[in-house]
Design a protein around this ligand. Structure first.
Ligand SMILES: [Zn+2]
Length: 318
């Protein structure tokens, strides 16, 4: 209970009231999407695995998908959840191979994708990311959306190889292209494309079930999200398996649908801004309505959050 009180004391009064009424539900949501290292008891967690190819898997823990490649060179992870779950993931991997975890690629800095870094770095894994991910993980980050400060990671948890644009790894008989996307979800997003396996992990730039979050304080914007999806579409074909942080296994068509959805909502909101409508009026007009059942999971990003983020992106650009 101590940690629950710690979270609650961090929240402003209005949020506190909402959380008080919906405490159990909302705390579960917090755990699922932004689990802080100390907040999680993973002892009873079930870890599921989906096989993608002969040597690639998705490991589903508590919230975020982890993609792994197993081969002669070792185990490569894309994203790593958070420490207690990562320990369990390591046990799952040990049941699949006796190879050790050699490389961890972070698609962006958010703690549900990097919380296992320190544990894996201490175990000798090489952590790789875009330059900005290392910068963000090196300092405390105040996360406005959930009113919580995410502490900096210790040195061992930081990426030791970073890049500004793209890099390619030749491992496990695959050509793994790590491509920096535009500033959409954050300013350090990467897509990781396993060329020979035709599998791409796109972090949190896409989901087949929920609206995107734009981390506006760390460079995210609707413009970058749209151009990132366009960039992803240039890399893949209709046989590509698309994996994202919070999504089922998806495909090119669904990425296109997501892109068109965002363009449509952005254009509608932009038109209303030109008509001098207020943010409240725009939210009331429900510009996401036709998509709310398709992107049905509103547990983290609600339609009004998406509208507010797109509105803010558009206003910031003016
Ligand atoms: Zn994220």
């Amino acid at each position: 209970m101590v940690f629950i009180q710690a979270i609650l004391s961090n929240l402003n009064r209005k949020m506190y009231k909402v959380l008080y009424l919906l405490s159990l539900l909302l705390i579960i949501i917090l755990f699922c999407f932004f689990p802080n290292l100390e907040l999680v008891n993973a002892s009873h967690l079930t870890i599921n695995t989906t096989q993608l190819t002969d040597n690639m898997y998705i490991i589903h823990g508590a919230g975020v998908n982890v993609v792994i490649s197993i081969g002669d060179d070792g185990v490569i992870l894309v994203d790593d959840q958070y420490a207690p779950v990562t320990e369990k993931i390591k046990e799952v991997i040990a049941n699949l191979t006796n190879k050790s975890i050699k490389i961890v690629i972070n698609t962006h800095w958010h703690p549900d994708h990097t919380g296992g870094n320190n544990y894996l770095g201490e175990s000798g894994a090489i952590i790789v990311s875009h330059d900005n991910v290392r910068k963000q993980l090196s300092e405390d980050q105040f996360f406005e959306f959930i009113n919580l400060t995410i502490p900096a990671l210790p040195e061992k948890g930081l990426p030791i190889i970073t890049f500004s644009d793209n890099m390619t790894l030749f491992q496990n008989n695959d050509e793994i292209k790590i491509v920096h996307l535009d500033n959409g979800h954050t300013d350090g997003d990467s897509a990781v494309y396993f060329t020979n396996s035709n599998i791409i992990y796109v972090g949190d730039d896409f989901s087949d079930r929920s609206y995107p979050f734009m981390d506006l304080s760390r460079g995210g914007s609707i413009f970058g999200l749209i151009s990132s999806l366009q960039k992803i579409l240039l890399m893949i074909d209709n046989d590509t398996k698309v994996v994202a942080g919070h999504s089922g296994i998806s495909n090119e068509t669904k990425v296109k649908d997501y892109l068109y959805m965002l363009i449509n909502i952005k254009n509608n909101i932009n038109t209303m801004i030109q008509q001098k409508k207020s943010l409240d009026d725009i939210i009331k007009s429900r510009p996401t309505l036709q998509y709310d059942d398709i992107y049905y999971d509103h547990s983290f990003i609600k339609p009004k959050d998406l509208i507010t983020n797109i509105y803010t992106s558009l206003i910031n650009k003016q």
